[in-house]
Design a protein around this ligand. Sequence first.
Ligand SMILES: [Zn+2]
Length: 111
Amino acid sequence: MDRPTEVKPIERKVTRYVCPFCRQGRSKRSYAQEHIDQCWKNPAQRSCGSCVNFHPGSVGGYEEPGCDPYCAVGAEIHSADGDKRLVRLCPSWEPSTFVVETALRDVGWSI
Ligand SMILES: [Zn+2]
C-alpha cells in the first residue's frame, strides 16, 4: 500500500499588536489600544502592576506556607466591584521603576 502524499504546511505571517506593558497580543490595533488603556501594568492606571508597593505573593514550598498577593503599605488590592481585578487609580500608588523602565524601553524610549 502506498504512503499518502505528504502535505506540507503553508507559511503565513500575521501581524499582532502587543501591549508594551504586559506583552498581551491582539489581532487588531483598536483591541490592543483598548487593552493598553485598561492594562494593570500601565502606569497611567496607577494599579498594582506598576506599583513598587505590590508584592505578588508566593506559592510556598516544603517548609514555607506561601502567601497571597498584598500591598506593602496596606492598601486594598482588589477593585471595589467585587471581581478579581486589581484596584485602579490607587491613592497609595508609587511607580515601580522596573516595570516602567522596561515598558518604555520596549517602545523605543531612551531612559
Ligand atoms: Zn497589558
